[in-house]
Structures are given as structure tokens and as C-alpha cells.
Design a protein around this ligand. Sequence first.
Ligand code: HEC
Length: 149
Amino acid sequence: MKTFVLTALFMAIAGLSGCDTSSQGFSLPQGNVEQGEQVFLKYQCLRCHTMPGYEAEAEKLSGALQTPLQLGGQVSRIRTYPELVTSVMNPSHRLAQGYDGADVQVDGQSVMPNFNDVMTVTELVNLVYFLEEHYEIEPYPRTEYVSPH
Ligand code: HEC
């Protein structure tokens, strides 16, 4: 069931990243930055990535890549919200180009683990919300969600 929900989300987002960005759009609900940070640490994203401000946390983990990939900031190729969400949910969707480390892709698939079967939707929402703070992505229309409270 969880996989189904994520697949549906992914298809909605993949559709949005096509040419027609003038259509209604879709975004995840607003998350919580602190909880998103916890998700980021829980799934050990820093085994393969660096992020400004998280150097100490990264040092505690044994790195899985010879040259970790920086997340966030302007070095990134991520410019839009769909690109950001897609890169978390389907890392092989767009593989890093011109990256020297041979340990990044194996048989055309990203070595980045697919978290879709382990991460809850709430974790994904918070993680993406946290990551957004670190990227400079183009403004986009947020989907309105009715608060359950
Ligand atoms: C085992 C290594 C590994 C782990 C662990 C990992 N990633 Fe990645 N990630 C990669 C690689 C490699 C790429 C580049 C895509 C490619 O070419 O395969 C990538 C790309 C990305 C990108 C796009 C980067 C950009 O700015 O262009 C994001 C965002 C990302 N990862 C987020 C995460 C998050 C969030 C986690 C933890 C939940 C995570 N990654 C865990 C290896 C990893």
C-alpha cells in the first residue's frame, strides 16, 4: 500500500516535470524542517553526500563514495521542485553527468539506495521540506491541503 501511494505520487510529480508546467501542479504537504533533518540523519544520506553545516555528522559515518556529492547550494543541477522530489524517490531518473567517481553508477543505475519501501510518506514530506531549505529552486504553486486538525 505504501509503495502504491509513493508510485502514485511519483507519477504525479513525473507528469509535472514534463513540458506543461502551466498545469495545476502538485506538491507534497508542508513538512517540518527539524523532523526532516532527523530523517536525513536517520537514513544516513551523509554516507554519500555532503551538505554545508553537516560536516561533523558526515565524519562520523564511513563514506560510501570516494568523492561525496554535495547536496544543496548552487553547484546542484536541481532547479525545480519536481526535480528535487524525483531525485529522492527515483535516484536513477537523472544520473550525475561528468562525475569522476566510478563508484556512483553501476550498470546505468544510481548507487543511491531506493528508500521508497522503507521511508514513510510523512518522512518523505519532512525530508523534502528540509532539503528545499538548502536548494535554490524556482517558485512553484503549492498544493492546498486541508489541515486534519
Ligand atoms: C550509497 C550512496 C548514497 C546514499 C546513501 C544517498 N545518496 Fe543521494 N545520490 C547518490 C548519488 C550517486 C547521486 C547522483 C545520482 C547518480 O548519478 O547516481 C545522488 C543524488 C542525490 C540527489 C540529487 C543531487 C543534486 O543536487 O543534483 C539528491 C537530492 C539526493 N541524492 C538526496 C539523498 C538523500 C535525501 C539521501 C538519504 C535519504 C541520499 N541521497 C542518500 C548516492 C547516495
